[in-house]
Every structure is written in structure tokens, then in C-alpha cells.
Write a protein that binds this ligand. Sequence first.
Ligand code: DC
Length: 212
Amino acid sequence: MTLTIAIDGPAAAGKGTLSRRIAEEYGFHHLDTGLTYRATAKALIDAGLPLDDEAVAEKVAREVELSGLDRSVLSAHAIGEAASKIAVMPAVRRALVEAQRDFSRKEPGTVLDGRDIGTVVCPDATVKLYVTASPEVRAKRRYDEIVAGGGTADYDSIFEDVKKRDERDMGRADSPLRPAADAHLLDTSEMSIEAAFQAAKTLIDAALQRKI
Ligand code: DC
């Protein structure tokens, strides 16, 4: 039986780093589901297609190849903005959720991170984590990341952006961001990534013990 770890939470909460660390620790396959929404948005933009036509976006979503997702290309800010627009479309979500569910069944186990993994994509996941941090801390992390990469950034506009992204993710009608009833909450506002990883590992090890 495949073991699945579902990791949800708002943008820039540290889910990505944590998920990759967990996947490496347990030898599981990892899928950042945000990249599937981003890849759909980028394919639409590249083909000169509109971002507000649900039928067209669904068709493109069905063609997204999970093995070809390139984080460095897809992390661009404009692609994130476009992704959050098509992520409100139920037909796009249905198409991508199907592909994500197929991925979640890979042996020996999988780690999926996103917004609706524990609630919609993998409601029967072995372990569910809801990773969060205050909007101020998340904006500061994003700011530090950009500066560390040699870029220039404006904290105030990043902070506004984080809040806007939260509103869109939590306020949409289809699959809004919220913790599953059986998710473990992990607030990383005052935690290093190492401390968050250790906390997650304790929860996962306990759940795996119960499964075996
Ligand atoms: O995590 P991210 O910034 O790469 O996500 C890009 C967009 O996709 C964001 O607006 C939220 C959306 N998304 C979603 O609706 N469901 C997911 N499981 C993952 C991401």
C-alpha cells in the first residue's frame, strides 16, 4: 500500500522546502502541485491563449506533463499570478486533481504539497500537515530569498502580495485553502526549517508506526 503525505498551507509558509526534505528522508516521490497550475498558466500564455476561458484552460491542463515541471522557469511572479486566476476554475481543478491523484499512488510513497491535498486530492492520506506562518514572516522569507538570490525586492509590496494571494486561495468557492479536520497544524513563524522538519518527522514516524 502506498504511503501518502499531504502538506497544505498558504504561499511562502515553507511547505516546499519541508516537502522536499521529507521526500528525501523517506525515499518518497514528491509533487509540488502548485507547479501543475503554474505549468497550465504558462502553456496558455506561451500559446497566446486567454486566461479566462475555462474550456480552453481545461484542455491545456489535461496536456500538462507532470514529469516535465521546471521549478526555475515556473517560479516567475507573473506565472504565479496567472496560475491563481486559472486555479479558481472547477474544470481546470478537476483535470489537475486527476493527474495529482494518479501521482499520489506511486510506490513506495509520495509527498504532495499544495492547498487542497488533505481536503480534496488525497483525503485518505497517511499523514496530513497544515504548514503555516504569519503573513509578516512569510513576506520576510520571500524578501530574504529574493535578496539572497541577488535580486532587489520591496518588503511592503511583497507583504501586500502575500495577503492578496491568501484572500484568493482561501476565498475561492472551489476547494478553498483550509486545514483538513484531521491535519496536524505546524506554525513555522518562530521555527527554523530544521525544527519544522524534526516536528514533521515525529508526526510522520508515529503515523507510519500505526500503519505497519
Ligand atoms: O504554491 P504556488 O504559488 O506555486 O501555487 C500557484 C497557484 O496555484 C496559487 O494561486 C494557488 C494555486 N494552487 C491551488 O489552487 N491548489 C493547489 N493544490 C496548489 C496550488
